[in-house]
Ligand binder design. Structure first.
Ligand code: UDP
Length: 325
């Protein structure tokens, strides 16, 4: 079972599972996911797609019967809408996660793997950041993803449901989201490149992110599903960190600077010793190689919104309004 299987990471996980010969059920409400992401699998008899909202336990629970492993990827992402409308984030990311945990328990699944977020570390004091770092969510998205993690670990503890939580750093790759809200940098920059608009670089562009390629993240999910470890939280990152200036250099194009946002870390950098040790997972795709692959598929972002500094200023006004010190 892949919740959020029509989304960016979920659809890549579905591909990998089908490739391995598994029977896969997807639950997705297409709120940010898109059936197009699974269009190439439409004739695959091993794939069942259920259009449903994960926060409706009564509607989803029947679909968990006979499932061995649940990968819970469905969530609302993005920072600004979580600040503007926190209740829908609680509904999807906290209540929805509880419903997935509960449906998993009721069906007696063997294992639940949760897609957690490295945003729980907020602005860390130590780099690379290990799983033991303090939890400091900076906005409702980060908080709700962390509460989701606590929920699945609690279900594991009380109901003896084997659970693993993977704290994803900045996952990028083909099919990274194109929907309306202002969000992850790759979608923003690729649509700008296609439309000959300058890349909107936040601040001076020296801030860095631990970008991890989507197929590497998918391998972490597969290895977590096959492992026997339980009640573990593990970082999934490249173990490297790359500046936004370097990203714009690899993508190629003009740049324009936009103001730095409150609450954003200057750096994210995953400590990945734990997942290497426990799962034997190692990231395989170099950043330069991943960016090249995504550039080869840039046409995907043809329908994505094109962000200009003015539109970004309007779309992020609540971010500055609420989070400025
Ligand atoms: N970023 C940028 N221009 C944009 C959007 C993002 O320079 O139009 C930068 C942002 O400052 C951050 C990085 O890209 O350093 C990743 O941003 P994203 O929102 O993808 O992820 P997060 O900040 O949550 O790690």
């Amino acid at each position: 079972m892949v919740t959020g299987g029509a989304g960016f990471i979920g659809s890549h996980l579905v591909d990998a599972l089908l490739e391995k010969g598994h029977l896969v059920t997807v639950i997705d409400n297409y709120s940010t996911g898109n059936l197009e992401n699974l269009a190439h699998q439409k004739d695959n008899v091993n794939l069942t797609i259920v259009k449903e909202d994960i926060s409706h336990l009564d509607k989803i629970k029947a679909h968990f019967k006979g499932i061995d492993v649940v990968f819970h990827i469905a969530a609302l992402a993005d920072i600004v809408p979580s600040i503007v409308n926190p209740s829908i984030y609680y509904n999807s990311n906290v209540i929805g996660t509880m419903c997935v945990a509960e449906a998993s328990r009721l069906a007696g699944v063997d294992r639940l793997v949760y897609a957690a977020s490295s945003s729980c570390y907020g602005i860390p004091d130590v780099y690379p950041t290990a799983e033991t770092a303090p939890i400091k969510p900076q906005y409702p998205y980060a908080l709700t993803k962390y509460l989701g993690e606590e929920t699945i670990l609690h279900w594991g503890q009380v109901y003896k449901l084997p659970v693993i939580s993977l704290r994803l750093f900045n996952v990028y790759g083909p099919r990274s989201r194109t929907s309306g809200t202002y969000g992850a940098v790759f979608g923003v920059f690729l649509a700008q490149k296609l439309n000959n608009k300058p890349f909107t670089v936040v601040g001076d562009g020296t801030q860095t992110r631990d970008f991890v390629y989507v197929t590497d993240a998918v391998n972490a999910f597969l290895m977590a599903a096959e492992s026997t470890c339980d009640q573990e939280t593990m970082n999934v990152g490249s173990g490297n960190t790359y500046s936004i200036n370097y990203l714009t250099k690899l993508l190629g194009g003009d740049i324009v600077h936009i103001p730095k946002r409150p609450g954003e870390p200057d750096r994210t950098h995953a400590h990945i010793a734990k997942i290497k040790r426990i799962l034997g997972w190692v990231p395989k795709v170099a950043f330069e190689e991943g960016v090249k692959t995504i550039l080869d598929k840039i046409e995907y972002w043809r329908s994505a919104p094109v962000w200009t500094p003015e539109k970004i200023r309007e779309a992020t006004k609540e971010w500055f309004q609420y989070l400025s010190k």
